[in-house]
Design a protein around this ligand. Structure first.
Ligand SMILES: [Fe+2]
Ligand SMILES: [Fe+2]
Length: 307
């Protein structure tokens, strides 16, 4: 236990009372050890996700059709690095060694969604990532923004939300434009076929498999995994349908239903989906990480090692 951890000495009951009175948690002085552990975990997932999106988007940005399009991609990448910085700074305030966390962790110890471990290899895949992955990030962060009991993060997310809206719009504008051309549309559809299902996985285990107890009770998030997956489909499916692209999901009058095997085996080299598998099998794939994990993390850590 570090010196800082000893400052989070409220009891669980005191934290519950504080929250019940409608107050936000502003720092270690308001936290129990359990709250501190939970908020560190969710902040790490968020900051890692923002950070790894930078090398993932940079790889794809090289396929930009023109220099000004490359510029737009670079400004998105800059935003993502700033979002990561917000998360790591807050973790620093909560007693985490930021340098160790960012620069000295093993690639396999990073906590971002598996989707970012699969390379984005074209401009089609970059703009789809903006339309799908940034939409997933937006759904998750909007929930945190609305529900979070940790004041410093809640306030910082007002700015992050606005920038994510720009990333999303960038993705949608391009998807719409490319979908209007028959050849471009074919290539978009081929990428969408693997990227859509991969983003469904982003939201994690289904509610019947996962207990959120403390995450929901302490307001680290407001909605369950399945609710968030529904929110994401409610944004993505109508848009893709509108521009004439096919996604394996429909609305049955009550909720969004997935029309393909899910969860599913994934051939990460061919970027192709296979048979239905169990969530236990999915967790094995997630744990092993995907093709780009080591490359991206090494890229992010390289300057620090050589300094
Ligand atoms: Fe971001
Ligand atoms: Fe983004």
């Amino acid at each position: 236990m570090s010196h800082v951890d000893e400052l989070a000495q409220r009891t669980e009951d005191e934290v519950r009372e504080h929250l019940k009175a409608g107050k936000l948690v502003e720092g270690l002085q308001h936290m129990s050890p359990e709250y501190l552990k939970g908020i560190r975990r969710i902040l790490t997932v968020s900051a890692d996700t923002e950070l790894v999106s930078a090398p993932a988007y940079l790889r794809a940005a090289q396929h930009a059709p023109a220099l000004n399009n490359f510029g737009s991609a670079m400004s998105i990448i800059q935003d993502e690095l700033a979002h990561a910085h917000i998360g790591y700074r807050l973790l620093g305030d909560l007693g985490v060694d930021m340098n160790a966390l960012i620069y000295e962790r093993e690639p396999g110890a990073f906590k971002y969604p598996y989707a970012f471990d699969v390379p984005l290899d074209s401009w089609y895949e970059l703009v789809l990532a903006n339309a799908l992955y940034d939409q997933a990030g937006f759904v998750l962060l909007s929930d945190v923004h609305a529900s979070s009991t940790f004041g410093p993060w809640k306030r910082a997310l007002a700015k992050v939300d606005k920038e994510e809206t720009f990333h999303l719009r960038h993705g949608r504008t391009w998807v719409k434009k490319l979908a209007a051309d028959p050849d471009d549309k074919k290539r978009l559809q081929a990428s969408l076929d693997w990227m859509f299902v991969l983003t469904l996985e982003w939201f994690g285990l289904p509610d019947e498999r996962k207990r959120h107890g403390i995450q929901l009770e302490y307001g680290f998030k407001g909605k369950s995994n399945d609710q968030l997956r529904q929110d994401w489909m409610a944004e993505v499916v109508p848009f893709m349908t509108e521009v004439g692209l096919d996604v394996p999901a429909h609305h049955d009058g009550e909720r969004w239903v997935i029309d393909c095997p899910f969860p599913r085996a994934f051939d990460e080299e061919a970027k192709r989906w296979g048979d239905e598998i169990s969530w236990d099998d999915v967790m094995v794939r997630w744990k092993a990480r995907g093709p780009m994990n080591v490359d991206y993390v090494n890229r992010l850590q390289r300057g620090y090692r050589h300094a």
